[in-house]
Write a protein that binds this ligand. Structure first.
Ligand code: KG4
Ligand code: ZN
Length: 332
């Protein structure tokens, strides 16, 4: 089965072609970072307009890269939510048009679900596993029992982990999106230089909270500028990152222990973080728990994971009709 995937839920316009549910023939992303960078965050109206400009060229480019024609496709998968409604509508409308014109079946895909199973683009992981999805819009912990079978364990009560990275990077004048720049800068910093607070949720063993940490960094920067004497900007970045990583790791390992699940899979943009991968990998190994980290290109938003998820639903016989609407608040 040959499936085209289209993703336009936020600020990346992406298209991919997937063969037999696993082999990525093309996976292209047109990033809007330069457009939103000056604002320090995504501007929804600008995002929709950019998607309109880029979606058809990127679909064409993905088909060309894969060496296939539209008529060769057996199905199309498109993100239908959650995300920015204007952005979602662009991808969904284009896919409905292609589906109607060429008579190719299509399915709307849940973006969160696609992140949770993105690891299958690279390897088969036995079920069940604990999945930590940490991105710019979401931070949640799930028990993945099988394709389409997810148990929500907990999530953030305020900011998403990636959002905390982006906001702290903005406060530190480091550009947007902040995750990758902080990750890189933190490599030369001391993660123990400043002890930022780690929030612990009184209720909700698997919940997260990042707004207190963000405020603590804000107070620190207001008090000391880029650092106290002897403390560099890289130390501030590394210390902030260490707190985020601690707060992500604790509930994840707790869930694996409590549920007796010996496998953890990371997903979402923050899963590309080198410190998170390193520390979680080591801690889990000490406890005899396996970890699986997708390649960074499959952690951040991409259309290959949408095609993978769509492939599964298409093979289950699901077909969506032209009344399907975008759902900005779609849950798992
Ligand atoms: O999954 P994603 O591409 O989009 C959403 O669905 O939100 O995630 C984007 C988020 C941004 O907040 C970005 O700062 C963060 O992922 N991110 C990182 C890294 N690379 C991207 N955060 C920490 N370390 C990274 N290396
Ligand atoms: Zn995402």
């Amino acid at each position: 089965m040959l499936v085209l995937g289209v993703e336009t839920s936020c600020d990346d316009t992406a298209a991919a072609v997937l063969l037999s549910g696993r082999k990525v023939l093309a996976n292209l992303v047109s990033s809007q970072d330069r457009i939103h960078g000056p604002y320090g965050g995504v501007v929804p109206e600008l995002a929709s307009r950019q998607h309109i400009r880029h979606v058809l060229p990127i679909v064409d480019a993905a088909l060309e890269r894969a060496g296939v024609a539209l008529q060769d496709l057996d199905g199309i998968a498109v993100t239908r939510g959650p995300g920015l409604v204007g952005s979602l509508l662009v991808g969904l409308s284009v896919v409905k048009g292609i589906s109607f014109r060429w008579g190719i079946p299509y399915v709307g895909v849940n973006h969160l679900e696609a992140h949770l199973v993105a690891i299958f683009l690279e390897r088969e992981v036995p079920f069940p596993y604990i999945a930590l999805l940490a991105s710019g819009g979401h931070t949640l912990l799930c028990l993945v029992k099988g394709f389409g079978d997810y148990l929500y364990l907990g999530g953030t009560k305020d900011d998403a982990a990636g959002e905390a990275y982006d906001k702290v990077a903005k406060m530190m004048g480091m550009g947007y999106p902040g995750g990758r720049v902080i990750d890189e800068m933190a490599r030369s910093g001391n993660p123990k230089a400043i002890r930022f607070p780690r929030s612990r949720m009184k209720r909700g063993r698997y919940d997260f909270s990042f707004s207190g940490l963000k405020t603590a960094v804000w107070h620190y920067l207001k008090t000391y500028g880029d650092g106290q004497p002897g403390i560099t900007k890289a130390d501030v970045a590394a210390s902030f990152q260490e707190a985020v990583v601690d707060m992500l790791i604790a509930p994840t390992l707790r869930a694996a222990r409590d549920l007796g699940v010996g496998r953890i899979v990371l997903a979402g943009g923050v899963a590309a973080n080198s410190r998170l991968r390193g520390r979680l990998g080591n801690k889990a190994e000490e406890e005899g728990i396996e970890t699986h980290f997708p390649a960074p290109a499959f952690c951040t938003d991409n259309a290959a994971m949408i095609a993978l998820c769509g492939h599964y639903w298409l093979t289950q016989g699901r077909r969506d009709d032209y009344r399907l609407n975008a759902d900005a608040d779609l849950t798992l």
